[in-house]
Ligand binder design. Sequence first.
Ligand code: NDP
Length: 447
Amino acid sequence: MEQIINSFLEEVNSRNAHEPEFMQAVTEVAQTVLPYIVANDIYHGKNILMRMVEPERVVMFRVPWVDDSGEIQVNRGYRIEMNSAIGPYKGGLRFHESVNLSILKFLAFEQVFKNALTTLPMGGGKGGADFNPKGKSDAEVMRFCQSFMTELFRHIGPNRDIPAGDIGVGGREIGYMFGQYKRLKNEFTGVLTGKGISWGGSLIRPEATGYGAVYFAQNMLQTRAESFEGKKVVISGAGNVAQYAAEKAIQLGATVLTLSDSSGFIHDPEGLDDEKLAYVMTLKNVKRQRIHEYVKQYPKATFHKGEKPWSVPCDIAMPCATQNELDEKDAKTLVSNGCYCISEGANMPSTPKAISHLHANKVLYAPGKASNAGGVAVSGLEMAQNSLRYNWTRDEVDQRLQDIMKDIHKACVSYGAQDDGSINYEKGANIAGFVKVADAMLAQGVV
Ligand code: NDP
């Protein structure tokens, strides 16, 4: 088996040698899916996984824009259209200075499996630009978004490719991009998700990824007759996903001890409450300031510059910032401090060695492609509401989100149950996602 996996990865690497994040994501999938392919002869002789690792289409483009001082700036824009076997391409846009082809291909590849798990008809894609919105004025962000959409609009559409938000792309950026798309096409369509509620958005979409990651953790905890009530929760990030993961965990009776951004983390030993979380939301979403401001407002909290929050003892950890933010050393620290449940809000936040350590210690570990699928699931519900020209209530959307997270958990269990009674959610998510996409690809022939 090892030889089959190695020769597959060597071939993929020969085409993608300079894309470490993409190779990391492919390696993780290949290690669990290739044994399944070998054991199931309907997939033999079809080169199916090799077809899945090759994007259907990659678009790269220049994004020129004028800053507030009149200087001309140039960024690089991307859209990876990875797989459309089960529906139109769907996946977020990331605006961050680190964005490159490797990062977007890893995200697009993960998205294919994630979208399949949601049970909704969505293919996988991802895009973005190496644009850093931090410190830019609203007018600069608007001009950038308009220039970005002036090229992207010809590649997307409500039945072709429907982008959404990701790091650096929230309601403000979606609004500017939607406005430019509408102007260029002279059409009001559901071409983006994460829209404002008065112009085609869905209730619960902003909350969906964070809430969904907590719902997934709830399902995992239930397998051990546990719940969030009274548990200590450590969360990284302070953006969209982290904020709503914290909100739901607090609602369920947990104590949320930390939040972070790229400057460091805050530790509030008394835990965040609704008022403190509202302060963080204004700080990050309106004032667009750094997380260390929190300790000025709440002096019992401490700020740990340049550090990650994984050294704070907890029962449940939720990495909600970015890829590879939780390494083997962090995993060892978490486990030795008693953490037994990790639900990833971010995409690929745990390194392969960290994941091995979590598995070896029977931690309830959910990979992002399962546990953070609530965001794209509610994006799918936003698309459905746009097509119906109708809005569901907050409770209706929240109930559908809870049902979808339960179904994803069930799919992971059915493919990831181990002989010793534990559940390998990583294996379960990879195989369940693979089966759905691969079967559709086989039915559609060599295209
Ligand atoms: P936001 O931009 O709203 O927030 C990102 C947060 O992560 C910020 O606090 C940011 O800090 C921190 N962060 C970003 N990059 C780094 C880094 N290199 N090191 C340390 N901290 C960092 O993004 P989201 O909350 O939307 O996304 C967070 C994660 O969740 C990403 O992995 C994304 O792919 C994933 N995700 C998001 C979904 C969504 O619906 N939004 C759906 C599914 C997954 P700072 O401000 O200092 O950069």
